[in-house]
Design a protein around this ligand. Sequence first.
Ligand code: GLP
Length: 235
Amino acid sequence: MKIIKVQDNLAGGQAGYQVFADALNSGATTFGLATGSTPISIYDAITASDLDFSKATSVNLDEYVGLAADHDQSYHYFMQQHFFDAKPFAQSFVPAGDAADVTAELAHYDDVIATHPVDLQILGLGQNAHIGFNEPGTPFASKTHLVDLTPSTIAANARFFADAAEVPTQAITMGISQIMEAKQILMVAYGANKAEAVKAMLEGPVTEDVPASILQQHANVVVILDDASARLLTK
Ligand code: GLP
């Protein structure tokens, strides 16, 4: 595992951009993408660059259940705004949050992941150490599944909605076993509110209570942290 300490989110954007650029230049064709505030500075650096993803494929981690792709808080919409409008991929997959048959959508997304193995997967970190929307207690063997979001995740994401009551309570997420199949993983976490999750992820036991702790068992992980998120690390 390689840990890159940066001063702030902006410097993290440059460091993360470089990981994407290196992957693309060494032949990566499929990129696993994440949403949330954390990857935005990386996506900004990418969209401002001359990197070309027009022959590549993207596979997103997750989507809220009940939000159509054009809802301004859907992860589809986020990806359009922060990445795809400026840098289109040949094909982009995001789970369909408004699928009439969610069970069929889960199976479909398992197929998508199986047929498009991810070369580089970017991950943010939940305050409770979730990855994607794999909340604490999710089996490490999980595949794409429907999640009841925890109250802490709903509260953390309420800042993006006009009213906490509008935050979806369920999501579709890629499973942990599928995240672990990516050839390379880029984990990014900033801010003091992530410090405990960072500590548990990197220095705690590997346990399903701390979903991100499984990354200790992946052979090719780059972690970008700022001073605040790294402040509890002792090793
Ligand atoms: C959400 C997403 C995660 C993301 C996390 C952290 O719940 N499902 O993929 O990593 O929250 O978000 P942020 O980067 O805004 O702190």
